[in-house]
Design a protein around this ligand. Structure first.
Ligand SMILES: [Fe+2]
Length: 296
């Protein structure tokens, strides 16, 4: 039985409302005490992933925080094999959507989502188009390189320590966001660390029982401490957060023809027109790129 949402997550409601989706802020939680996150339960969970490669990702540690995300090699090991080897080879294991494998994770995700939706003041008519969680298990002293994700994130440290370096979304330039959303991708925005304004950086020293909120498009890099680290996160997107991506993609084209476009949010009427056009353009462009890459 999972405790009530109020017992699971403690955060100052005023801090939540002010910072939501613009500024990273920390909170405390109870997840590390739940039986489902103890080592034997995690080993049993990892075993369930064996034949479904789309639902897990096993990779090496990055040599530096500034390494390009996809330059870090994926590993062929299955999640349960990788967990058994964590102490001998620097490894990161990502178990995607555990709520599809275990009813306890489904219940946890639903309770946490209900709580954060209430904290932001309700969804105000926005529809959730994706809601999912993930479990991350990493070796000691391993690095996840700098990137951003197009989703609203709540991150919970369960076991071991993690130093989480995160910038607010305003640290990513409009043109970088436009290039990313033009691709119509749903994961991993690549930006370089060296040109960020370090004054914007937040550093969270996460320990079991602490966590934080990471806004959509907030770039980050992560370093584990001196022992194995386990973290849990859940992310979501709404129709409004997806539409914002389409406005950014439209702005890419406007910039190309010499127009200096308004950022998303500046004019709701223009946003809605741009979003409707790109609903057609982005999938077509993806299809063209796919066909060209097959052809050549
Ligand atoms: Fe990330």
């Amino acid at each position: 039985m999972i405790p009530s949402a109020d017992a699971l997550l403690t955060v100052d409601p005023a801090v939540y409302k002010t910072g939501f989706n613009t500024t990273p802020f920390n909170f405390t939680h109870y997840l590390h005490q739940l039986p489902m996150f103890q080592p034997e339960a995690l080993t049993a969970l990892a075993k369930k992933y064996g034949e479904i490669p789309a639902d897990y990702y096993v990779s090496n540690s990055a040599p530096t925080p500034g390494t390009r995300f996809f330059d870090v090699k994926a590993k062929a090991s299955k999640p349960d094999e990788a967990l058994a080897q964590l102490a001998t080879a620097p490894t990161r294991v990502l178990l995607k959507r555990p709520e599809n494998y275990d009813a306890g994770f489904r219940e946890l995700l639903n309770k946490l989502f209900e709580k954060v939706a209430e904290l932001r003041g309700g969804l105000n008519g926005e529809k959730v188009v994706r809601l999912e969680s993930a479990v991350f298990v990493s070796s000691a002293s391993s690095t996840t390189p700098f990137h951003f994700d197009p989703e609203i994130n709540h991150f919970f440290q369960i076991e071991g320590g993690k130093q989480y370096h995160v910038y607010p979304p305003c640290a990513v330039r409009e043109d970088e966001l436009e290039d990313f959303y033009l691709e119509g991708k749903v994961e991993i925005g690549q930006v370089d660390l060296a040109t960020r304004d370090t004054r914007l950086e937040h550093v969270f020293e996460l320990v079991p029982g602490s966590g934080f909120h990471q806004p959509q498009d907030a770039p980050h890099w992560v370093q584990t401490g001196t022992e194995r680290s386990v973290s849990y996160a859940f992310v979501y997107e709404t129709d409004a957060s997806r539409a914002r991506g389409r406005v950014l993609a439209a702005n890419h084209y406007l910039r190309k023809i010499g127009v200096n476009p308004q950022p998303p949010g500046a004019n709701p009427g223009t946003d809605s027109a741009k979003s409707s056009v790109m609903k057609v353009v982005v999938p077509v462009r993806r299809r063209i790129v796919r066909n060209l890459s097959r052809a050549g």
